[in-house]
Design a protein around this ligand. Structure first.
Ligand code: URA
Length: 423
């Protein structure tokens, strides 16, 4: 087999066999197939798509590129939640301890880093000083069983093929592909050893799927292939036409998640955390009513029980819990800029994708895979679609250690907000 002819085959819209995909993926992993040929293949997939059989085969091949976790206790329901990616999405930081605090599910969560304009749970967790996201698989399983949850990144053991493909997709503009997203998410989640999966499929201008019909198709495919692999799957399509909550940027988002775990924080973040956790508990216990689950979850948030579970998880993973208990003690950005409205009007749209890119420029994300992140950098966005604002109202506060970047962003960021002056 020749990589060249397989690229040509996909380019022509034909399906590759299982053997051909094994040859290509394992050849890429062993570096016999170079990045440039894999990049060409990804672009061919991006334009031509994959048939269902190819998606099934690729999910299986990517899982088999590493190890698969098998939890021993068959009476416990292991579950996870995955978001397809957005701006300001800190729900995992709230849902994981909240779900674990119920004692009804255990959450072995493997998360990703920031991808394109969207943030990554792993980078958010690593903004907590000392927090180890690189537990061994043995430590990961042990902690999940001991305290109900562990939060790690992809290791060399779990789906190494996805890790390598993900990094290449990030720099070759091939992320927005329904079959590639399906393979990437499901391979990791199946390898985690879970039985239930809640999928937050984002739709809107800050999501990878900008059109509602694409988000619906992605949700349908994720459910279909997840169930074909023995998972119970609930996809939920949620809005990403504006940042989720106020905070965009790693530590800023952890801080907002702490507020929600204390029973406060922005209502939209609390509501979505409750909804997705409720879906997860329902997967484990379908006989329970939504109302009783909701009441229980609200109590866990409002009485700091979920927050204490978060502290327990962070401490078990080496995190400095003193900053979680006292977030004001966290180091501050060298530069802070407040941006106010020049005119009065109603906010009718927000360029969420643009805000995600602005956060990267402030230091909150990477332009190249090797870039380091400034955990303090990012922004607080105080307005939402539909808000009426007056001239001089505070719209955004920016945080950065980069004086030039913050000066440019402070001058330009107002253009991300569309105002209607007559409403
Ligand atoms: N999240 C993932 O894990 N993979 C993707 O491809 C997109 C979002």
């Amino acid at each position: 087999m020749l990589p060249y002819t397989l690229i040509e085959k996909k380019q022509a819209g034909k399906a590759l066999t299982r053997e051909e995909w094994e040859f290509f993926i394992f050849g890429f992993l062993s570096k016999e197939i170079p990045d440039y040929q894999m990049s060409a293949m990804l672009m061919a997939i991006y334009f031509q798509g994959l048939e269902d059989d190819e998606i099934s085969n690729l999910i299986d091949i990517v899982i088999k590129s590493g190890k698969r976790i098998h939890f021993k206790n068959k009476d416990i329901f292991y579950a996870d939640k995955h978001s397809t990616g957005g701006v300001g999405d800190k729900i995992s930081l709230i849902l994981a301890p909240l779900a674990a605090a119920t004692g009804k599910v255990r959450v072995p969560m493997i998360s990703g880093r920031a991808l394109g304009h969207s943030g990554g749970t792993l980078d958010k967790l690593e903004s907590i000083p000392g927090f180890r996201t690189n537990l061994t698989l043995e430590e990961f399983q042990k902690q999940t069983d001991k305290i109900g949850c562990a939060l790690i990144g992809q290791t060399d053991d779990i789906c190494p093929a996805d890790r390598a493909l993900y990094a290449l997709r990030d720099v070759t503009a091939t992320v927005r592909s329904i079959p590639l997203i399906c393979i990437s998410i499901l391979s990791k989640k199946i390898a985690e050893g879970i039985q239930g999966l809640v999928l937050d499929v984002k739709s809107g201008n800050g999501a990878f799927m900008q059109k509602p019909e694409d988000a619906e198709l992605l949700a349908k495919k994720l459910k279909y292939f997840g169930e074909a692999n023995g998972l119970k799957v609930t996809p939920v399509i949620t809005d990403m036409n504006q940042p989720l909550g106020q905070a965009v940027g790693n530590w800023l988002e952890v801080r907002e998640a702490i507020d929600v775990l204390h029973g406060g924080g922005p209502q939209c973040v609390r509501d979505l955390s409750l909804l997705l956790t409720e879906e997860m508990i329902l997967l484990a216990n379908p006989q329970e009513t939504r109302q009783s689950i909701r009441r229980e979850l609200e109590t866990l948030l409002d009485n700091d029980i979920a927050f204490n579970k978060f502290l327990e998880i962070a401490e078990a993973q080496g995190g400095d819990i003193s900053v979680l208990k006292n977030p004001d003690s966290y180091p501050k950005s060298a530069y802070v800029a407040e941006v106010t409205a020049d005119e009065a009007g109603t906010i009718t749209a927000i360029d969420t994708y643009g805000l995600g890119l602005d956060a990267i420029d402030l230091g909150a994300g990477r332009r190249k895979y090797t870039d380091t992140i400034d955990p303090k950098a990012g922004m607080l966005v105080y307005v939402s679609i539909g808000d009426k604002i007056s001239s001089g109202d505070l719209v955004v506060t920016l945080f950065s250690d980069n004086e030039e970047a913050i000066t440019i962003k402070a001058a330009e960021i107002g253009e991300r907000f569309v105002l209607n002056h007559t409403l």
